[in-house]
Design a protein around this ligand. Structure first.
Ligand code: ADP
Length: 185
């Protein structure tokens, strides 16, 4: 299940793809880990990345040490199909006011895209950051992620291909409904 949206920016047309699937199977230049600030690959997306990518990813995370909420850092992808993992530090929802949690989620998406570009990469796959263990409401997360990606793509001069890979059909439908309205397909 997937759908594509085209985001125009002058001469450029970026693609935003929404799909249902397992992010560890994606072949984009980078996949995004829903990371924690102490850079320990625990459960959820991080656990799946650790299992498939191998221990090299955790070792590189240990070298980096820790990062701030809203930040993003890059490691290799180990044995994954994707050569890079961008670790995005989404917020634990109940630790912040709703507004601050939204700002942190938006920053983690924006910083992931900046890290992608800084490393001269052009395709990226995001999970629904913070919507698992971290408890971010999915509808709101969809609105924040899609609007942040849209804003970034409308301002970058690099040709980028962005996807959001949702684990369940239900999550895919939540995100796709937001995209349909927000991006007016
Ligand atoms: P967080 O701690 O940031 O909430 P989680 O990893 O617990 O991160 O969950 C984030 C989202 O990723 C959830 O919506 C979860 O259903 C989804 N998810 C878990 N495993 C995968 C996977 N292998 N591929 C894609 N999405 C996944």
């Amino acid at each position: 299940m997937e759908s594509q949206y085209f985001i125009k920016n002058g001469e450029l047309t970026h693609i935003l793809k929404l799909m249902q699937g397992d992010i560890t199977e994606q072949e984009t230049d980078a996949i995004v880990n829903a990371a924690n600030t102490n850079m320990k690959l625990g459960t959820g997306v991080a656990g799946a990345i650790r299992r498939k990518g191998g221990k090299i990813i955790q070792e590189e995370c240990n070298q980096i040490g820790s990062s701030e909420v809203g930040g993003a850092v890059i490691t290799t992808g180990g044995n994954l199909k994707s050569k890079h993992v961008i670790h995005a530090m989404g917020p634990i929802y109940h630790q912040y006011s709703p507004k601050d949690a939204e700002i942190h989620l938006s920053n983690s998406v924006k910083n992931s895209l900046i890290v992608l570009q800084d490393n001269k990469l052009s395709s990226i796959s995001f999970p629904a950051i913070s919507t698992g263990n971290y408890g971010f409401p999915k509808q709101k997360a969809a609105e924040i992620m899609i609007s942040t990606i849209n804003e970034f793509l409308k301002s970058t001069l690099n040709q980028l291909s962005v996807e959001i890979c949702l684990f369940s059909i239900n999550d895919y439908e939540i995100f796709n409904n937001v995209a349909r309205i927000f991006l007016k397909k």
